[in-house]
Design a protein around this ligand. Structure first.
Ligand SMILES: C[S@@+](CC[C@H](N)C(=O)[O-])C[C@H]1O[C@@H](n2cnc3c(N)ncnc32)[C@H](O)[C@@H]1O
Length: 295
């Protein structure tokens, strides 16, 4: 761990020196992706491109910018993710605002979007989509961005998360096709949808404390904790499925890879059968598409 009582940067106020110092500091602090994090912080804070970073290492940086880089670097050393420090995160094709009230969207959640787009085909139909536990709006807004005639409802128990989801919808000109409501998952939808998606909280309560501090201390607890066995939210959502799905409609949920069989078993108790399972980039099962069983 670097000595945090000392300034992080000393010596030449040059771009290349600052970048190399930050890489070293992050490596010494055992940050999992030190070079990437250093590059993102340097390029975003100093407003330089990656090409400039390589081609112009002698560029002299103003003291004020160095002070801001140091402030942000210390936040990273304290466990905040780069997305939270910068206040935004790329997901699918969207740049989303992230705040302390929203889960930072994860790349593996794009598997839910992939299954959703496969379910909503052909692309130009006027379908309806509900996203239960919408957070930043990552899943819902990605779907709406790819399906120009679709209409969506985002639900969250957290009012502050809904404010951010709406802002993200406005930011991407999707707010005319999206509504946001505060409710316990699908309890207040009041109509049936062609597609329901959800990335619910699914970490078992006792496991939350064992998570990496970047997640444990900074993602909202409400977005993580799935109760004693991590399955509480699925039970609620599956019990609501009949009321909220049109005949033939699909329900797509994100899962923890090890919970696949348990989630599918809970779904079967409510008359839902699996149609497809999507793997994330690690090859782990990450999203399940379900449909009401035809009897
Ligand atoms: C894992 S986060 C998913 C956020 C976003 N959909 C994503 O994939 O990045 C779960 C979300 O569910 C919300 N949530 C938790 N309990 C809920 C409930 N009972 N009803 C509705 N939303 C809930 C949390 O506030 C959080 O925004």
């Amino acid at each position: 761990m670097p000595d945090l009582m000392e300034p992080l940067f000393c010596g030449e106020p040059e771009l290349g020196h600052l970048y190399n110092t930050l890489r070293r500091v992050f490596r010494e602090a055992d940050i999992s992706t030190p070079d990437l994090d250093a590059r993102l912080l340097v390029t975003e804070t100093l407003d330089v491109t990656t090409t400039q970073l390589i081609a112009n290492p002698r560029l002299v940086i103003e003291d004020e910018s160095i002070a801001e880089l140091e402030r942000r670097a210390r936040e990273r050393l304290a466990g905040r993710s780069i997305g939270r420090i910068l206040g935004r995160r790329a997901f699918w094709s969207l740049d989303l605002r992230v705040t302390d009230d929203t889960l930072e969207p994860r790349p593996e959640t794009e598997t839910v979007v992939e299954l959703a787009l496969a379910a909503l085909y052909p692309p130009d139909e006027a379908v309806t989509v509900a996203d239960l536990g919408v957070g930043t709006g990552a899943i819902l807004l990605s779907i709406l961005s790819e399906r120009p005639a679709a209409f969506g409802v985002g639900v969250d128990i957290s009012f502050k998360a809904l404010v951010e989801a709406r802002r993200n919808a406005e930011r991407h000109n999707l707010d005319q096709r999206a509504r946001f409501i505060q409710a316990n998952f699908g309890a207040a939808l009041g109509r049936q949808f062609d597609l329901v998606v959800s990335n619910p909280p699914y970490i078992a309560s006792a496991e939350v404390e064992t998570l990496d501090r970047t997640v444990r201390d900074f993602d909202p607890r409400l977005a993580l904790d799935g109760g004693e066995d991590g399955l509480n939210a699925y039970r609620t959502v599956f019990a609501q499925a009949e009321a909220m799905l049109k005949p033939g409609g699909a329900l797509i949920v994100e899962i923890a890879p090890l919970a696949r069989d348990d989630v599918i078993a809970e779904a079967a108790l409510q008359g839902l059968e699996p149609l497809a399972v999507a793997d994330d980039l690690n090859g782990d099962p990450r999203a399940v598409s379900l449909r009401r069983m035809v009897v």
